[in-house]
Design a protein around this ligand. Structure first.
Ligand code: CA
Length: 270
């Protein structure tokens, strides 16, 4: 009896050619699969993304237009949403904005077909965590997905086996594994990048970073020319955590150089 197949790539050797690459074929140690929602109207790309995310141990749900995708994303939590920019029904930017407006934190990896700066910056400014420009390699896709899982602690805490870690700086508390931030006892909703930036700062108090260095450390790959992305993330972070964003206590400007995080430093608590 023939095993039923779904999608145009099923049964073809496309994916198996890559199975022998150790980096791709190594499954996560985690017995609980990461759940991923793929919102992409191009069937072959959706299938390709699905197959390769499954190869790294993810459980994948597909949606083929923006309206269904948004409804899926609102109906249940996912660990990652792979979101195409150009979608029928509701485009990717709108889906991203609506999800972010609701305050539920889910990392979003945006797929764009144009590599114009506008698309890139827009994707990041509205709260997407990362983006890939089509055509992208599957290695790039799985590397980005893993990097996102690692950043939000889905992998890191389990792989390092070190449970919850809370960074505390003055009235600011950052739960690295749970991705929770409170300031003066109040919860703060941050996008993934805002969180990464804050966690980076909090781990390196008193140290001065240029915008380029922050791009390298926090965005994780070459992003030169996007200094204003750092500025806008810092402005939004300040608006969320500072008592008076004009006179920040946490994220301090070092004129002509960049930024540094206030001392005294964080103390790690288990
Ligand atoms: Ca599309």
């Amino acid at each position: 009896m023939t095993r039923p197949t779904a999608g145009i790539r099923s049964g073809r050797p496309t994916r198996y050619a890559l199975r022998f690459v150790p980096y791709l074929s190594r499954p996560f140690n985690d017995p609980m699969p990461q759940t991923v929602l793929v919102i992409e109207d191009e069937l072959d790309i959706s299938q390709l993304v699905k197959l390769h995310l499954e190869d790294i141990g993810c459980q994948v749900t597909q949606a083929f237009d923006g309206i269904v995708g948004l409804a899926e994303a609102q109906a249940k939590p996912f660990d990652l949403i792979v979101l195409d920019l150009k979608l029928p029904g509701l485009d990717g930017l709108e889906v991203c904005k609506r999800l972010r407006a609701q305050g539920r934190y889910t990392p979003i990896l945006m797929l764009t077909s144009k590599s114009t700066e506008l698309d890139r910056v827009l994707g990041l400014e509205i709260g997407a965590d990362d983006y890939l420009t089509k055509p992208f390699s599957v290695l790039e896709l799985t590397a980005r997905a893993k990097a996102i899982f690692r950043r939000v602690g889905l992998l890191g805490a389990q792989q390092e086996g070190n449970g919850a870690q809370v960074l505390t700086v003055q009235d600011l508390s950052i739960d690295v594994s749970r991705h929770n931030v409170t300031v003066r006892g109040n919860p703060v909703e941050l996008t993934a990048k805002e969180f990464d930036l804050l966690a980076w700062f909090a781990r390196h108090p008193g140290r001065v970073y240029s915008r380029d260095q922050l791009l390298d450390h926090v965005w994780g790959y070459q992003h030169s020319g996007y200094d204003h992305t750092v500025n806008s993330h810092i402005n939004r972070l300040r608006a969320k955590i500072e008592r008076d964003p004009q006179n920040p206590e946490y994220i301090l400007t070092v004129w002509g150089v960049g930024y540094k995080f206030a001392e005294p430093g964080p103390r790690a608590e288990v």
